[in-house]
Design a protein around this ligand. Structure first.
Ligand code: NAP
Length: 508
């Protein structure tokens, strides 16, 4: 059966029309209005590459109108709304997502190619994130600074306030289209910013549906915009001085382009990753193999926190290798609409080509395929494990670059110093996993690994950001955990009160 996008809820009627061939055409949301542009882009399903929808591309005029309305009115509409009301809108959006979520789950399966459980998981995580916005509040506070610690400032005092930056532009990737939008929305708007979202054009449908639910939840209309523009077309908009902060989740290459174009602003950059898993000699090997395998194939390896490199201590190397192969053999690859499937397609054919090239590159440099390595269809592949000698690993594309697919390298190490050296030679520094019991070795690794988060005895998973996550080195700037991200969507404002000679204080 060909992939088709069926929208069942009447709540979404206003945001699309059916084209002459029966394909739904979705509009953009321009500061309170659903608007159809003049050009269109086909949206394909990774399941069989059939066209499942079209999005209308907003004109530069529409984008200018959105920024004008948001800057002049929208950012004040939301800032002038009491915080408890903003929180209640996010909660209402969570309720609507819970009650009308079937269409969104379906859009994640059909448009993003997520297996059913993964699609349901992303909707659940998004509902949870909206409801947990109350925890962000714990970090929305300022400072009081007494002046009498310096000669010059005696008889003065200061309050350091945090205020919203105005408009936050969020740019999201294809791999968690809904959750990334909801997460950026929560930490941006809770503190009183207007919000402009530009989703990935590979799978924008779940985002468009959510923005409609947010509108129905009562979000201030002039403070919200959704633009279905391509990344290339965004470059003209990035430097606009009305945008106070940019929150991007995407590849390192995109992050560099955005930083170059955008000029001086506040940034959150959640960029490329691909994590090492270090397995010590005393680890529970069955457990480690099962968790590492999941870290490789979950959402077809298209996760920033996917495991791409396994380093195993020499005495247990062979055993771990064979256990991992056994785990990967259990993975059922296929149509994500089939409930028994554990791994669906890659997002587009190009991603499969890139994976196949990287495997050839590894094989030509001495890599040995222990499992997988084959293309199973236009967008389907086998999860793949490649063994490589540590002396040759640095030359491999799979070591140097993030290949966004279910493929990992495995090699052995003799000492923890060696494991650190190999891990830190990657240009990325998102997370690492350590499996084992020896507290001294684990503590050494924690101290020396150049990453943003370390998961002990489990594979890395950012989840809803209950714990902060974010990268070092090429993996980015800033942290996206609950409470932490408001550091980047608010600005400090210092108010100095001068009471000199007014008799407020009588210093000796
Ligand atoms: P991508 O190709 O870099 O695209 C990300 C977003 O940026 C898309 O919306 C894209 O638009 C847009 N974009 C591309 N070029 C742009 C430009 N010059 N100016 C402004 N926007 C631009 O990444 P992806 O393939 O969608 O997502 C996978 C990447 O995201 C991986 O590298 C992954 O590691 C990373 N990621 C990181 C985290 C983290 O927490 N660190 C989490 C998830 C994903 P179009 O594609 O529509 O043109």
């Amino acid at each position: 059966m060909g992939a088709r996008l069926d929208i069942t809820s009447p709540l979404f009627k206003e945001i699309y029309r059916l084209d002459s061939d029966g394909i739904p055409v979705f509009k953009s949301y321009i500061a309170g209005e659903w608007v159809e542009g003049e050009a269109y882009q086909d949206i394909r399903s990774p399941i069989d590459l059939s066209v499942i929808a079209r999005v209308s591309i907003p004109s530069q005029r529409d984008v200018e109108r959105a920024l004008d309305i948001m800057y002049r009115y929208g950012r004040w509409d939301i800032r002038n709304m009491p915080g408890y009301k903003r929180l209640s809108i996010l909660n209402k959006a969570a309720d609507l997502l819970e009650s009308s979520g079937d269409d969104v789950v379906n859009a994640l399966i059909i448009n993003a190619g997520k297996p059913i459980q993964a699609a349901k998981g992303e909707v659940k995580a998004s509902i949870d994130r909206l409801r947990e916005a109350k925890l962000d509040l714990k970090k929305v506070h300022g400072d009081y600074i007494p002046g009498d610690w310096s000669d010059e400032t005696t008889e003065t005092e200061a309050i350091v306030r945090r205020e919203p930056v105005g408009i936050v532009l969020a740019i999201t990737p294809f791999n968690y289209p809904l959750f990334d939008t909801v997460n950026k929305l929560s930490y941006s708007t809770l503190v009183g910013n207007a919000f402009m979202i530009k989703p990935s054009l590979l799978d924008p449908i779940p985002v468009i549906l959510f923005i409609r639910l947010l509108e129905l939840a009562g979000f201030p209309k002039r403070a919200l915009t959704l633009i279905t523009l391509s990344g290339r077309d965004m470059e003209k908009i990035l430097p606009d001085p009305r945008i106070g902060a940019i929150s991007l989740t995407g590849s390192t290459e995109t992050g560099i382009k955005v930083l170059r174009s955008a000029g001086i602003k506040q940034f959150i950059m959640e960029l490329g990753g691909g994590d090492p898993a270090i397995v010590l000699g005393d680890a529970d090997l069955e457990w480690s193999a099962q968790r590492i395998a999941r870290g490789i194939y979950s959402y077809s390896g298209q996760r920033c926190d996917a495991i791409k490199l396994i380093l195993a201590e020499e005495p247990i190397y062979d055993k771990l290798k064979s256990l991992l192969v056994e785990e990967l053999k259990k993975v059922k690859v296929g149509d994500p609409r089939d409930p028994s499937v554990s791994m669906g397609p890659l997002i587009e054919e190009k991603a499969v080509d890139e994976m196949m090239k990287a495997i050839e590159d590894a094989a030509s440099k001495g890599g040995k395929i222990l499992f997988g390595g084959r293309r199973l269809g236009q967008t389907y592949v086998e999860p793949t494990l490649i063994e490589v000698e540590k002396e040759r690993i640095y030359d491999l594309v799979l070591f140097k670059k993030e290949v966004f697919a279910p493929v990992a390298l495995i090699t052995s190490f003799r000492t923890v110093e060696e494991a650190v050296e190999i891990s830190n030679k990657r240009s990325y520094g998102l997370d690492a996993a350590i499996f084992g019991k020896d507290i001294n070795k684990i503590r050494y690794l924690i101290r020396h690994l150049e990453v943003g988060a370390i998961y002990i005895n489990d594979y890395p998973r950012h989840g809803i950001g209950y714990y902060p996550f974010g990268g070092r080195k090429d993996s980015g700037i800033g942290r996206e955990g609950i409470g932490y991200a408001i550091e980047y969507t608010t600005a400090y404002k210092t108010i100095v009160y001068n009471y000199k000679g007014k008799g407020v204080w009588e210093y000796l």
